[in-house]
Ligand binder design. Structure first.
Ligand code: SF4
Length: 363
């Protein structure tokens, strides 16, 4: 399979979620979901702000009861990012969420199955110019499809999405994005590939119920990154059993690592260390990551344990330390400017990063 860049993304239609565009040539966006009760307005807003700060472009909140819809009416006007209401089972909750002013809906075709209900929601969304995600999930597939295909196969997932698309089409609604998530990475990847063959609506990628980190991070990354590198995917969500801030961070970091979004924070390159290391690379790298924290300094910093790859990597980074003789050779934009003891490495890296970020390298 040929490796592709963002420029070779599969062409998709573009929709708008609040003030964020999804699909077409818009940047791939990061989504996450709150885990508070949506009726808890202050608690939910606090989480939304934390998610936005961690890199979420769009946040989803459940709308499972009328109190949640009432909460959304207060949350949406105060949210820093567009809010999507997550709807299962009750189409009336979709109506209530739209009335509350949300920026979009997610409907699960596996548990809202009456065509007249689906069409009623689509008509209302059309009148309000609101997008809907058709959110197919292997774990809640329509039992009829499950039976027809003998399980949650890629074909069953795609047919579920297509049936919903057909209902939307019948009422002239096309502000659509689609997901076909599964907890199995191979099933998820195959389902999205099959879906990408039959539609040009933007796709929302995710490995559902990926579980706690680190295994959940690996599963989600395996599925999402595979598809993104094939040019498939317009918006992503990590579904982790963790503080959702971890989801937003992971999503953002993945897009930065793949070169699909501009870097916001430090990119730390560090060798894994080995018997040749002249300093405690693991400690220096971890201390440096902690010291940089969430600071928005989009520079590349290298921490290398010896002279094998050290000078090369350190020279190529904005700031680098290559250890030798128990000390570190400090490189700034390729120039070896100083020799620092191990105890001062982290402080020097942070000080230089701040300086370069503020003044550039010409100062
Ligand atoms: Fe080992 Fe040196 Fe490579 Fe680090 S840079 S892994 S210390 S050989």
């Amino acid at each position: 399979m040929e490796v592709v860049s963002a420029a070779e993304r599969r062409p998709t239609r573009q929709i708008t979620v609040g003030d964020v565009t999804v699909g077409g040539d818009s940047p791939i966006t990061v989504q996450s979901m709150t885990i508070t009760k949506t009726s808890d307005v202050e608690g939910t807003l606090q989480q939304i702000y934390a998610l936005a700060a961690a890199g979420a472009d769009i946040v989803r909140c459940t709308c499972n009861e009328i109190e949640a819809a009432e909460g959304l009416a207060q949350i949406v006007p105060r949210s820093p990012v567009p809010i999507i209401a997550d709807i299962h089972h009750q189409y009336r909750m979709a109506m209530a969420a739209m009335e509350a002013g949300v920026d979009g809906l997610r409907l699960n075709p596996g548990n809202i199955r009456k065509p007249e209900h689906i069409k009623a929601v689509a008509r209302e969304a059309k009148d309000r110019n609101l997008p809907i995600r058709i959110g197919v999930n292997a774990g809640s597939l329509d039992p009829k499809l499950y039976e027809k295909y003998g399980g949650a196969t890629p074909e069953a997932m795609v047919e579920s999405a297509q049936t919903e698309m057909q209902y939307f089409d019948e009422v002239g609604f096309d502000l659509i994005k689609i997901s076909v998530k599964a907890s199995s990475v191979p099933l998820m990847v195959e389902s999205y590939r099959a879906l990408a063959e039959v539609t040009d609506y933007p796709l929302h990628l995710g490995v559902t119920e990926a579980g706690p980190p680190p295994a959940g991070l690996i599963k989600a990354t395996a599925g999402i990154a595979t598809l993104l590198m094939e040019g498939i995917g317009d918006t992503i969500r990590y579904s982790l059993t963790a503080d959702p801030v971890e989801e937003a961070k992971a999503g953002r970091q993945l897009l930065e690592a793949l070169g699909l979004r501009e870097r916001k924070n430090i990119d730390l390159i560090a060798c894994p260390s080995c018997g040749r290391a002249e300093v405690d690379v693991i400690k220096v790298a971890n201390d440096a990551m902690e010291a940089f924290g969430e600071r928005e300094i989009p520079l590349q910093v290298a921490v290398m344990g010896c002279v094998v790859n050290g000078p090369g990597e350190a020279r190529d980074a904005d700031i680098g330390i290559a250890a030798g003789n128990k000390r570190g050779h400090l490189f700034i934009k390729g120039q070896n400017v100083a020799v620092v003891p191990e105890s001062e490495m982290v402080d020097q890296l942070v000080e230089w990063a701040e300086f370069i970020h503020e003044h550039g390298t010409e100062a």
